[in-house]
Design a binder for this molecule. Structure first.
Ligand SMILES: *Cc1c(COP(=O)(O)O)cnc(C)c1O
Length: 217
C-alpha cells in the first residue's frame, strides 16, 4: 500500500462515520524502517511520524529535520524514566504515559524547562500482564494525578490484544476518555484504523500499511 492510499482510506472512513477529516491525524509509524523508505514518505509530504524507541528516534530524526521542515514526532512506545529528558527534547507528543513514576519524571523536567510535549495516557484495556498501560479501573485516578501535576494530558492511547475484537477496546477507551473530559484518542493501527475512526480515534498509528513489513532481522 502507499501513503496516498492510506490517506484516502482515512478520508473515506471519516465520510462513512460522520467524522471531520481534520479531526483525525495520521501518524506514520517509522520504527525499524530503513531510511530510504522513510525519506520517500517525507518526500510525499507526510510530516507526522511515530517511533517507539527514544534511542532509535534520536539516531534518525535530527538528520531528517535538517532536510525537511515541520516534522512532528510522536513517541508511542514504553518509556524508561532515564530516557524522559531526551524524549521530551525530541518529540511533540508522548503516547505512553503509563505510571505515576513516569508522570512525575515528566512533570519535573517540564517544570525545569517550561516545556512539555502533548501527553496521552496509555490504558491497558485488555489487562494483559505483559503490556504497558494503566489498568482501566485505575485510569480515572491516574488521569487526575497527572492533572494535579499540571501535565498537558490531551488524550488516551491503547493497543488492543491481538486475539480480541478491537472494537470492544476502542469503545472502552472512548468511554474512559469521555467521562474524564478528554478529547484525544490514540487508537487504530494498520489492521484496524478505520474501525478506530468509527469509535472516535483522533490519532491513528499506521506503520506497516504505509512502509511495508518491518524487517527485524
Ligand atoms: C508498531 C506500532 C504501531 C504500528 O503498527 P502497524 O501494525 O505496523 O501499523 C502502532 N502503535 C504502536 C504503539 C506500535 O508500537
Amino acid at each position: 500500500m502507499s501513503l496516498s492510499e492510506i490517506r484516502s482510506r482515512i478520508q473515506a472512513a471519516c465520510e462513512e462515520f460522520g467524522r471531520a477529516p481534520e479531526e483525525v491525524k495520521l501518524i506514520a509509524v517509522s520504527k525499524v524502517q530503513p531510511d530510504e523508505r522513510v525519506r520517500a514518505v517525507l518526500e510525499e509530504g507526510q510530516r507526522v511520524f511515530g517511533e517507539n524507541r527514544v534511542q532509535e528516534a534520536a539516531g534518525k530524526w535530527p538528520g531528517f529535520r535538517e532536510e525537511f521542515d515541520g516534522i512532528e514526532l510522536h513517541i508511542i512506545g514504553p518509556l524508561q524514566t532515564n530516557k524522559v529528558r531526551q524524549a521530551m527534547e525530541l518529540a511533540q507528543a508522548i503516547h505512553s504515559v503509563d505510571r505515576p513514576k513516569l508522570a512525575h519524571a515528566i512533570a519535573r523536567i517540564a517544570e525545569e524547562t517550561g516545556q512539555c510535549p502533548d501527553l496521552f495516557i496509555q490504558v491497558n484495556t485488555g489487562e494483559e500482564p505483559q503490556k504497558a498501560g494503566i489498568l482501566p479501573a485505575e485510569a480515572d485516578a491516574f488521569i487526575a494525578e497527572c492533572r494535579d501535576l499540571n501535565l498537558p494530558v490531551i488524550g488516551l492511547m491503547c493497543i488492543p490484544p491481538v486475539e480480541e475484537e478491537a472494537a470492544l477496546h476502542f469503545a472502552l477507551l472512548a468511554k474512559i476518555a469521555a467521562r474524564n473530559g478528554l478529547k484525544g484518542l490514540s487508537m487504530g493501527m494498520s489492521g484496524d484504523f478505520e474501525k478506530a475512526i468509527s469509535f472516535g480515534a483522533t490519532h491513528v498509528r499506521v506503520g506497516s500499511a504505509i512502509f511495508g513489513a518491518r524487517d527485524y532481522g
